[in-house]
Write a protein that binds this ligand. Structure first.
Ligand code: ADP
Length: 811
């Protein structure tokens, strides 16, 4: 009964006998002459989230069986529904008492079945009603209700009526204000409300349209007295307006704040623009101007000029801090830094050039001669293009360093480009600029470093170029070296052709065998062989010692190294074709001498043969390594490798219980294996001469071994050595340990020519050999050997195996 209190202060709800009622008997709607209170028994519909007000049309979807039955009852009996709102803590199943007692009488105007067994019902609410009693709860609630008519307060008069009208207008105005605050568009409704005279109805309509809580709405519904209803409504309405105003306030503040942030952002951007206008921009501008000035001064071909101008313009429009701008900048500055037109004038003074070459290097006649020839021809024919010379020889013979002094002699700028281990074509020709971190190739970098377009570029270790899936660097290099193509050499990064035709290329290599053929064809090969002991002594005394002394702050007056001491170093501390280790050892001595001068406070240091070990420690090599005695089946051969000549000791064993098979071990190549087969075949043809039993060839195996297999030995030059060892092994005749030989053998026993006689002879000398057997066809090579070498050992040119065996086998 609590609900009724609000609305029943005027007292008189009658509870009399009930009768079943038809819809029509419920009255004609609010303000429409419900003058008498009627008591009816009707079905009850409960609302969970809404409060219905009289005089309105509502649509509800109902799904519970109870509600569906109630509607059915109402339709079947043509009676209205009593629609009331559930109380807050309503129980389930819902009982009529769980709803507020005051609700509305409603007439069903439409009913359709919708999905899922629910029913959509449209109802027209007629008037307030109060539940008087619950008649039954069987399936649905059946209740006795009484229609409630709007009332006025006690002492209602014209004044009160006028006051009501005022309040009604206030409510309508308030509602209008609320609606505008909430940005809702219900202008038609507010217009209608202003025209309505019935303050109670207006209050109901406004309450129905306000987003106030269910309890607040129910309070309005409960108010049967119009004045009271207006008051309750106005309170709720102003509460809502206040909320809406606060909300708008907050929103406005928020909006202002956002605006402020946007403003700040805008201002900051402006500052940035202003800053670039004032500072950075002028910097950029001057940079761009300088770029353009430089470009103009380069007087590049028109197409290139246009391309570059475009790049510079792009750069000038870019944000200076962007990554792309940095990329364009380095591209443009590379191009501007390249010596497109800058050249050095070649030295035309041959005498001066010669003295420069002589001043830097001992010997190396062929190289020096070739350079002087070049200079001479160049003076007679100015159009002669750059040359490509390839210096081939063992390490430490001065290939790289002569390259540098050639540049000096010619008056060219010098850069060196090491090709050892270069696998990627892009290293030569550059990366395309679309790659992140793209850089120009090494050729272009070299040109830039050199600073002229006609430098001397030393292509160091061209024989160590490698190729893999990343492309063929040799192919790219081919293009660089080809005088037909290199006029328009295009680096992938540069994208602009650069003329390389005036560049002098000097390549160095240890061996020609790994240089790709087409590349080799484009080069003029000059071989530099290893040095003899005498040559080394000269190099050391005239070049290395003075150089090292100067480097260590010493001079000829503070430190002297005697010739015999140098010889001792050469023999006891180095074993090489070149002079690299010799140079190192001399540096060692210089360092130690410097320590002595500083520490022991002495004026000068003299290094003699005896004192070498004091500086360099114990001797590492014995010059004369031929020790022991002559052996059966062991012969000294001479081999040529990329690091110089070498002696190799070939051993042959005859194995019992075999079947005439040939086995060859040690690190040997295929050519050597074939060479061994040929040697064995030949030996079988001369068995009688050496009293070898023919049966041995089928009953025994031959095992040839080539020790010291660290360097693969290939190339046909060990044939006579193997044949000699085989004959010795089969015949049991010893071979002289002082004889070394080199040469290939045919099946008829003819000795074929070989290469690298000088390297081989040097190796033989180092090993203490006394007699060197070499193919007679290499006679001219022998004649080219330095006098010192030719006289140091006995050289015997051999024509066939008979001669070889005669000289090698011990009688
Ligand atoms: P490579 O390039 O042939 O391996 P380098 O040019 O590096 O040899 O030479 C090694 C060192 O030996 C250098 O200091 C060089 O000056 C010196 N050298 C080599 N040959 C001679 C020579 N004929 N005269 C003077 N110095 C030499």
């Amino acid at each position: 009964m609590n609900d009724l209190k609000n609305s029943t202060n005027s007292g008189d709800i009658e509870t009399t006998a009930y009768e079943e009622s038809a819809v029509s008997s419920v009255g004609a709607g609010v303000g429409g002459g419900l003058s008498e209170i009627k008591k009816n028994i009707v079905a009850m519909l409960s609302l969970r989230n809404a409060v219905f007000f009289p005089g309105r049309i509502y649509q509800i979807d109902i799904s519970t069986e109870r509600d569906i039955l109630a509607v059915q009852y109402s339709v079947d009996n043509k009676t209205p529904l009593f629609v009331a709102t559930q109380k807050e803590n309503a129980s389930e199943p819902l009982l009529p008492d769980d709803c507020h007692s005051i609700g509305v009488i409603a007439e069903i105007t439409d009913r359709i079945n919708i999905q899922g067994g629910s029913v959509r019902v449209v109802v027209k609410t007629e008037a307030r009603a109060v539940k008087l009693d619950t008649i039954s709860t069987d399936g649905f609630g059946k209740v006795a209700v009484q229609v409630l008519q709007d009332r006025h307060c006690d002492g209602y008069d014209a004044n009160v009526a006028a006051e009501n009208l005022k309040r009604k207008n206030v409510a309508v105005k308030g509602f209008e204000k609320y609606v505008t605050l909430m940005n809702q568009r219900v202008a038609s409704l507010t217009g209608k409300l202003a025209k309505l005279q019935d303050a109670g109805l207006v209050a109901d309509i406004i309450a129905d349209n306000l987003p106030i809580g269910l309890e607040a709405k129910q309070s309005v519904l409960n108010a049967i007295v119009v004045e009271e209803r207006l008051e309750i409504l106005l309170m709720s309405l102003y509460g809502e307006i206040e909320i809406a105003e606060t909300q708008r306030d907050i929103e406005e503040k928020l909006h202002k704040k956002l605006n402020k942030n946007q403003k700040e952002y805008f201002l900051r951007e402006q500052i940035k623009v202003i800053q670039t206008e004032l500072g950075d921009d002028t910097e950029l501008e001057t940079e761009v101007m300088e770029m353009k000035k430089k470009l103009a001064s380069l007087k590049l071909p028109k197409a290139i000029n246009v391309k570059l101008e475009r790049e510079i313009d792009r750069y000038s429009r870019m944000n200076a801090s962007s990554a792309e701008s940095a990329v364009i900048r380095s591209y443009v500055s590379l191009i501007l830094d390249l010596p497109w037109k800058k050249t050095t004038k070649d030295n035309e003074d041959i005498v001066k050039a010669e003295s420069i070459l002589e001043g830097d290097h001992y010997g190396l006649e062929k190289v020096k001669e070739r350079i002087l020839e070049y200079l001479a021809v160049r003076q007679l024919n100015k159009k002669m293009k750059g040359q490509i010379i390839c210096l081939v020889g063992p390490p430490g013979v001065g290939k790289t360093s002569i390259g540098k002094s050639i540049a000096k002699a010619l008056g060219r700028n010098y850069t060196r480009m090491s090709l050892g281990g270069v696998r990627d074509e892009a290293e030569i020709r550059g990366h395309r600029r679309t790659y992140i971190g793209a850089i120009p190739g090494r050729i272009i970098s070299c040109i830039k470093d050199a600073g002229t377009r006609n430098p001397l570029i030393l292509l160091d270790e061209i024989d160590k170029l490698a190729g893999d899936f990343r492309g063929d660097p040799a192919g790219a290099l081919l293009e660089v070296l080809d005088s037909e193509q290199n006029k328009d050499f295009t680096d992938h990064y540069l994208e602009i052709p650069f003329d390389l035709s005036d560049v002098i290329f000097i390549a160095t290599a240890n061996t020609l065998s790994t240089i790709p053929r087409p590349l080799l064809d484009r080069m003029e090969v000059i071989e530099i062989s290893g040095y003899t002991e005498d040559e080394k002594l000269n190099i050391a005394a005239k070049y290395l010692v003075p150089k090292k002394l100067a480097e260590h702050g010493l001079s000829a007056s503070t430190c002297t190294i005697s010739d015999t001491a140098i010889k001792e170093i050469i023999r006891g501390y180095t074993r090489e074709s070149g002079v690299r280790n010799l140079e190192r050892k001399i540096a060692d001595i210089c360092r130690k001498a410097a320590v002595r001068i500083v520490k022991e406070d002495i004026r000068s240091v003299k290094v003699a043969e005896r004192s070498v070990s004091k500086y360099l420690g114990k001797k590492k090599y014995r010059f004369d390594i031929v020790a022991g005695e002559d052996q059966v089946g062991v012969v000294t051969g001479l081999a040529w490798t990329s690091v110089g000549g070498e002696t190799l000791s070939i051993e042959v064993n005859i194995l019992d219980g075999g079947s005439g098979k040939l086995k060859i071990t040690g690190q040997v190549g295929d050519v050597m294996k074939e060479s061994a087969e040929a040697a064995l075949s030949f030996v079988r043809t001369i068995s009688k001469d050496y009293k070898i039993d023919e049966k041995l060839y089928t009953s025994k195996d031959v095992h040839i071994h080539i020790p010291e297999g660290a360097i693969p030995k290939d190339g046909p030059s060990a044939g006579i050595t193997m044949a000699t060892a085989i004959v010795s092994a089969f015949s049991g005749i010893k071979v002289s340990r002082f004889v070394a030989m080199t040469g290939e053998v045919t099946l008829r026993g003819r000795v074929l020519p070989i290469g690298g006689l000088k390297e081989k002879a040097l190796a033989a000398l180092r090993a203490g050999i006394k007699t060197v057997l070499y193919p007679i066809e290499n006679q001219s090579d022998f004649e080219e050997l330095p006098e010192e070498l030719r006289t140091a050992m006995e050289f015997v040119p051999v024509k066939n195996m008979k001669q070889v065996l005669k000289l090698a086998l011990v009688k």
